[in-house]
Design a protein around this ligand. Sequence first.
Ligand code: HEC
Ligand code: HEC
Length: 187
Amino acid sequence: MKTAKKALWIGLAMAAGGAALLSLGVVADGDDHRWRGWGQRTDFASVTDQTYLTECGGCHMAYQPGMLPAASWGRIMENLQDHFGDNAELDEPVRRHIQGLLERNAADRVSSGRSPKVMRSLSGQAPLRFTETRYFRRKHHEIPTRIVMQNPQVGSFANCDACHAGANKGNYDEHQVRIPGAGYWDD
Ligand code: HEC
Ligand code: HEC
């Protein structure tokens, strides 16, 4: 085989290999949320339920159910008219649908990602906020409140997606955190 032709064949083979790897990545990411690789990983299993994403993702990101136990979701969903100072009331069928989804995928019902660790940190409590769990505090206590509360681009620890670019996919890798106005976190 002439050298030029050989180079062409090697090039084609590499392109095909690359395409195969790419499609593998896409398929694996779509079908299996526990799959890890190429910067994809899941700390809290994400849900794709459109009703949930629409109704609970309008004022803040749609939190992954695995952040809190079923008892917490029950408390939240049974008191939506007084929701952290807002009225987040829903029609009863929609409310029941969402409550069921949250409870079935709650931290005490799934064994994937960080949910078991969150459960261990709760010692039986059912808080209304993930940001008030011991687990959350342990992971964020080094961050000065000044660059959160007084930062208009963040405003609150509840705005996970302000700092964690992968938050909506349930990815909270500490190596991919970027605090707006403060840059990449490096400790
Ligand atoms: C009308 C706006 C609004 C809607 C709709 C809404 N929320 Fe909220 N939610 C809030 C506000 C405001 C807070 C407090 C945010 C903060 O402290 O920065 C909050 C906080 C939360 C928290 C606590 C976050 C933390 O860990 O600190 C959870 C959990 C939560 N909401 C769940 C839900 C669920 C589930 C739904 C859908 C049924 C929902 N929210 C719909 C306004 C809303
Ligand atoms: C102000 C920016 C900011 C906000 C808002 C924020 N985080 Fe973080 N988070 C960080 C930083 C920085 C770290 C890494 C801390 C360290 O390494 O000391 C981190 C770490 C974590 C970790 C541990 C990651 C690891 O690899 O060990 C988890 C899980 C996490 N955050 C989840 C959340 C969730 C869920 C929310 C919203 C309820 C949230 N974070 C809100 C900045 C933020």
